[in-house]
Every structure is written in structure tokens, then in C-alpha cells.
Write a protein that binds this ligand. Sequence first.
Ligand code: MEV
Length: 320
Amino acid sequence: MENSSITVSAPGKIHLLGEHAVVYGKPALLAAIDLRVTVKLNPTTYIDPIVHMYVRNTIEAVVKKYLKITNIPPYGSEISSQLPIGCGLGSSAAVSAAYIAALLTFLNIKWDKPLVNDLTYEAEKVFHGNPSGGDNSTVVYGGLVWFRKQSHNRKLIQPLNSPIPAQLAKNFILINTGKPKETTKQMVEIVSSKFNPSTSLRARLQSAKFRKLFDDQEQLVKGLVTVLKEGDENKLIQIIRAGEKNLESMGVVSSYVASIIRKIEKAGGAAKICGGGGKTKATGILLCYHPNKAIIEKIAEGNSLPFFSVDLGVEGLRKE
Ligand code: MEV
């Protein structure tokens, strides 16, 4: 592409804890990770790989609708991603945020992070149905984010000012269990169908169980903030284990992945799914912690699963 091209990038995200419960107004703690999506728009070359036409059409429709634009002049676009797609690392939010910021630049519309975040949330609704807004807020603002959806249009997005202490940060590692068969949208719908109380006694009991699980996740997320400040490794392991147990009780972790997590716990570590999860087999990325990361690597190898480390709390959306 030529010099006149516009390039914007956004990081992926990871849920340290609080996914699913966050859809129902509970807090989540998220971190932007150093795997980025880059979008390049070229005002003079109109080549567009067919593969991302759905993304392009969705984003353009959102921008037209909310900014009351009738005509978008021709341009070419390229999307490149370091993120595995559909594995719980916020790929759709990162693509949308970077594409929206690039498109607004192309249209000479002055933008800031709150505007891009609002539009990305609208795009996320198209992709995911009923998102909390946590993913888009993290990829746009970056860093470590305490997120809470207070109501449909009021969200608390609070950056955590101190980074994760180095002695803890170095021991996190991700395992990729593969792309789940179920989409995030489907997994959110599964939880919602169990949580929404209907008239039958059985449904009301199940709903009460979920309310308790969400309340418990809230306490764990609060505990996690303290633990990350104080650097207490044992408490960190206990919190991740308890958070994962609650996710399993919500029905978003397949038995295949639960069995890998049990091996990690038995070896002295902790692991949890990140994002929507999955019911059939793969659940996407696992966030794992162990005082000796090599032990997690061995377990991943033993299950023929790829693993990698990331920096947690990196910069959000930026023009390149
Ligand atoms: C998806 O990354 C996280 C969920 O909590 C859904 C959401 O927050 O929109 C499952």
C-alpha cells in the first residue's frame, strides 16, 4: 500500500476473571495483551479480500447508522491479526475497534477513544448479540481494566493503575485448546437461558443457583484486585481455581478441558477458560498460572496443545 494509507492497531484481551457474570452487571477484570490486530485502509487502491467483507459491511453499517453518514467513498482494506480467531482473546472487538478508527480517519471524522469504544460496542452487538462491553472497552483503552455494565448505556471502565507485579506476571501462560464449536453468542445464550427465571419451580431454583454463582464471581474478582496489588501467589492460585469452578458450574467448560485443568491443579497450578468457553470439546484459550511455568508447558505438550506467553496490560488502540 502507498504512503497515504491509514493504519490502526488494537490489542486482544484476556479475562483475568468475571466473564459471563459481567453480562449481568457483575464486575470483570480484563487485561489487554500484546497480540494485535492491524487494519490498513488505502484511499487509492480498492482491493478487498473477500474474507473480511462481512466485517467491512458490518462496520460500515454501524458507522453510517450512528454517525448519520450516507456515502462512504471507495477504498481498499487489509486486516492482519496476531490473535487466534474465536478463541476468547477478543479478536472481534480488536478488529472492529481498529477498523472503525481507521474508517473514521479515512472519512476525516475526528475521533477519540470514547467514540470508537461506543461504535465498537454497537459492532459487537451485531457479532455477539448481548455483549457486556468489557471486551471492546479493554481493547480500546488498553492496560488492566475493571469493567462493570451498570445499565444498558452506563458502563464503568476503570483502569487499574499499578501493573501486575513482575514476580506474578512472569508465571502466567496461555494454552490454546482450539476454536470452540460454539460461538460466544451461543455460550452467552446458554447461560442466559438458565439464568432467566420462569414460572416453574425448577427454573427458579436454577436461576437462584446462577445468581449465587455470579455473586461469588464478584467477590472473587474483588479479591483478585487485592491479590494482584499485594502479589500473594497462593491466594492468586486459590482465586483462579475458585473462579474456574464457578465457570464450570455455569456449564461453559467442556469435560475435555475440565480434565486438562484438573491436571494443572493437581500439579500445583491453576487455570481457567477465558471468554465464552465451549461445551463440546475445545474452549479456546486457557489462562494458566504456575510458580514453575515449565510444568504447564509439559501438560500442554502431553495433550498436544500449543502454549505461549503474553504481556498483560499493554497499550490499547493506536494509530500506527
Ligand atoms: C466474552 O469475551 C466474554 C463474555 O462475558 C461475554 C461478554 O462479556 O460480552 C462471555
